[in-house]
Write a protein that binds this ligand. Structure first.
Ligand SMILES: NC(=O)C1=CN([C@@H]2O[C@H](COP(=O)(O)OP(=O)(O)OC[C@H]3O[C@@H](n4cnc5c(N)ncnc54)[C@H](OP(=O)(O)O)[C@@H]3O)[C@@H](O)[C@H]2O)C=CC1
Ligand SMILES: O=C(OP(=O)(O)O)[C@H](O)COP(=O)(O)O
Length: 334
C-alpha cells in the first residue's frame, strides 16, 4: 500500500517536497494547494498534479481565471493519509485544527514553533523519535544543517558557538531584502541554537545575520571539545556522514556561487543541493577547539527530511532503509 500524500502550500519548499514524494515508490502524491492561479498552478497542472484551492475563500480567484481546481483543502484532506504543511511560517499551527478534524497526520516546517508538533525532526539524528507519530516538525534549513554535522560530533562536544550568515531572500522572491545592508538578529541566541536542542541534547549558542544574497546560508561553527579529536578524524567522520559533502577551495569552490554551479552541473532539479557543504580546508583543530565552515542550500536541504518523516510516521522503514531509499531517489551523493 502506498501512503497518500497531500502538500498544503506549493511554494519554495512545497513544490520540492511534492516532487520528492512523486519519486518514491511507496508514496502517492494526491494533490497540492495554491491560493491563486499563477504560473506555479499552471505548471502543476501541466505536470498532472491535481491543484486544490487552499481554502474556500480562494475559489473566486480560480473561477475568475477559468482555472479548474480539483476542490478545496478540505476535499484534499479527505483523500490523503498525511498532509505536508508548507505554508508560510506560523500558518501551519493555525491549520493544525483542520488536520486534526480530518484525522490526517501532518508534517510542519521550521517556520512553526516546536510545540506545534510532537517531535522536531532531522532523519539522521532522531528518526526513531518520529515512529508512529501524528505530528512531526521538520526543523528549519539552518537548524537541519547544524544538526546534520553536530549530531555526528556529539561525543566530542562540550559547547558549540555558531554564527549563521543567512540569505536575504530566495531566488524567486523579489519582495524581501536587504539589498544593501547587513541585518543582525539582535536577540541572542538566535532561534537556531535552541532549535537544534529540540533535536539533539548539546550545549549551543548561536548568533545570526542576514546578508544580501539569495543562493545559500553559511555557518561559522566553533566547538569547545570535551575530548580530543584530530582534523583527520573530523574529515573521516564527515566523509562517512550521509547528506554531508566536503568541498575544497583548492578545487575551485571559493564561495556559495560555485556550490550552486556544482548542483547545476549535476543537473539537479531546481539546482537543489540537498547535502550540507563543508569546506574541507576550514576544518581546523586548535588545542581544545574545533572550527569549520559550512553552507546550506535553504531551498532544498529539508526536502529529504520531509520524505523520511513520512516513512517514520507510518513505520514503513527503519532509519537507514528510509535514508538510503530517499537518497537514491533524489540522486543524493551519499
Ligand atoms: N524558503 C526557505 O528557505 C525555507 C523555508 N522553510 C519553511 O517552510 C515553510 C514554507 O516556506 P516557503 O516554502 O519558503 O514559503 P513560500 O512563500 O515559498 O510558499 C508558501 C506557500 O503557501 C501558500 N500559502 C500562502 N498563503 C496561504 C494560505 N493563507 N493558506 C494556505 N496556503 C497559503 C502559498 O500559496 P500561493 O503561492 O498560491 O499564494 C505558497 O504556495 C515555512 O515554515 C518556512 O519557514 C524551511 C526551510 C527553508
Ligand atoms: O524559513 C526559512 O526562511 P525564511 O527566512 O523565509 O523564514 C529558512 O528555513 C531559514 O530560516 P532560519 O534562518 O530561521 O533557519
Amino acid at each position: 500500500m502506498k501512503v497518500r500524500v497531500g502538500v498544503n502550500g506549493y511554494g519554495t519548499i512545497g513544490k520540492r517536497v511534492a516532487y520528492a514524494v512523486s519519486k518514491q515508490d511507496d508514496m502517492e502524491l494526491i494533490g497540492v494547494t495554491k491560493t491563486k492561479p499563477d504560473f506555479e498552478s499552471y505548471r502543476a497542472k501541466e505536470l498532472g498534479i491535481p491543484v486544490y484551492a487552499a481554502g474556500e475563500e480562494f475559489l473566486p480567484r480560480f473561477e475568475k481565471a477559468g482555472f479548474e481546481v480539483a476542490g478545496t483543502l478540505n476535499d484534499l484532506l479527505e483523500k490523503v493519509d498525511v498532509i505536508v504543511d508548507a505554508t508560510p511560517g506560523g500558518m501551519g499551527a493555525k491549520n493544525k485544527a483542520l488536520y486534526e478534524k480530518a484525522g490526517v497526520k501532518a508534517i510542519f516546517q521550521g517556520g512553526e514553533k516546536a510545540s506545534t508538533a510532537e517531535v522536531s525532526f532531522v532523519a539522521q539524528a532522531n528518526y526513531e523519535k518520529a515512529l508512529g507519530k501524528d505530528y512531526v516538525r521538520v526543523v528549519s534549513c539552518n537548524t537541519t544543517g547544524l544538526t546534520r554535522t553536530l549530531s555526528v560530533l556529539q561525543e566530542y562536544i562540550d559547547y558549540v558557538y555558531a554564527v549563521m550568515i543567512r540569505r536575504a531572500a530566495d531566488p524567486n522572491d523579489s519582495k524581501r531584502g536587504p539589498v544593501n545592508a547587513i541585518t543582525p538578529s539582535v536577540t541572542v541566541p538566535s532561534h537556531h541554537g535552541p532549535d537544534v536542542q529540540t533535536v539533539i541534547p548539546i550545549n549551543i549558542e548561536t548568533m545570526a545575520f542576514i546578508v544580501p544574497t539569495t543562493l545559500m546560508h553559511v555557518h561559522s561553527v566553533m566547538i569547545e571539545l570535551k575530548k580530543p579529536v584530530t582534523r583527520e578524524d573530523v574529515i573521516d567522520i564527515f566523509e562517512n556522514t550521509t547528506r554531508v559533502l566536503l568541498f575544497e577551495k583548492d578545487k575551485g569552490f571559493e564561495s556559495t556561487a560555485q556550490l550552486i554551479e556544482f548542483a547545476r552541473d549535476l543537473h539537479r532539479e531546481w539546482n537543489n543541493l540537498y547535502e550540507i557543504a563543508v569546506w574541507k580546508e576550514s576544518i581546523s583543530v586548535k588545542g581544545n577547539r574545533l572550527f569549520y565552515i559550512q553552507a546550506v542550500h535553504q531551498e532544498s536541504d529539508v526536502v529529504p527530511e520531509n520524505v523520511d518523516a513520512i516513512r517514520a510516521m507510518f513505520e514503513m522503514a527503519d532509519k537507514w532503509e528510509s535514508i538510503r531509499k530517499t537518497n537514491k531517489s533524489l540522486g543524493i551523493l551519499k
